[in-house]
Ligand binder design. Structure first.
Ligand code: R1P
Ligand code: URA
Length: 235
């Protein structure tokens, strides 16, 4: 048991885990995709489950919103439960017309406006990036399942309700595909602890067209992303 996760032993959590921000998305995945799912965490309502997918143990754990929350859950999963492959499955806002609503986007790198990097005290600017191993597995899964994805640089921001109008256009001009709020912290924790991490997002909001998914769609409808992540987790 750790401070925020009350699994009885490290064996209650699989070496590969899916990490949605929304704990109800974790419940949806456990109930709809995993065999024999067991809930190992209810602290703070941040639900975590372990079951099997195609016979292989897989866990799914809600992480909450923002880098401090992702920082806590991913740190405990890695250091207390020996999780080795961490796959975020989130929602994101697109900055480009050709990255459309419901497209799947993978963060090869995660730029950020956050101070999270200061915890690691590096003498320069650090580039949080995805595990090539997991990205390669995702690419194979995408071909097998015929579920396409786009990959590139994303940005993990601390603020959802930005006050400055058009704040995102500077990021867009640097080729940043989409915004979300956790990938950079996940990538930094994984790098520091020498484990694998990957962030996969479905576009739920569009900064160019103004389209928005509903709360229910964010919880339950992005099943292509869930399937891709599960196939990647068991490879
Ligand atoms: O849908 P999740 O995984 O929570 O991800 C995105 O959605 C939340 C904001 O609505 C932030 O956590 C952001 O990163
Ligand atoms: O961080 C996020 C997540 C989804 N949509 C956004 O606009 N921002």
């Amino acid at each position: 048991m750790s401070t925020h996760i009350n699994a009885a032993s490290k064996n209650d959590i699989a070496p590969s885990i899916l990490l949605p921000g929304d704990p109800l998305r974790a419940k949806f995945i456990a109930e709809n995709f995993l065999n024999n799912p067991k809930c190992y965490n209810e602290i703070r309502g941040m639900l975590g489950y372990t079951g099997t997918y195609k016979g292989v143990p897989v866990s799914v754990q809600g992480t909450g919103m923002g880098m401090p929350s992702m920082g806590i859950y991913s740190w405990e999963l890695i250091t207390e439960y020996r999780v080795e492959n961490l796959i975020r499955i989130g929602t994101a806002g697109s900055f480009h017309e050709n990255v459309k609503i419901k497209d799947i986007v993978v963060g090869m790198a995660a730029s950020t406006d956050s101070n999270y990097i200061h915890a690691f005290d590096v003498p320069g600017s650090y580039s949080p990036c995805a595990s090539f191993e997991l990205l390669s597995k995702l690419s194979q899964s995408s071909e097998n399942l015929k579920i396409p994805f786009k990959a590139g640089n994303i940005v993990s921001c601390d603020v959802f309700y930005e006050l400055k109008e058009n704040w995102w256009k500077k990021w867009a001009s640097m080729g940043i595909m989409a915004v979300e709020m956790e990938a950079a912290a996940l990538y930094m924790n994984a790098a520091y602890n020498n484990v694998n991490a990957l962030a996969i997002m479905t576009i739920s909001d569009h900064f160019v067209t103004g389209e928005k998914a509903t709360a229910k769609e964010r919880e339950t409808s992005f099943t292509d992303m869930m399937k891709l992540a599960l196939e990647t987790a068991i490879k």
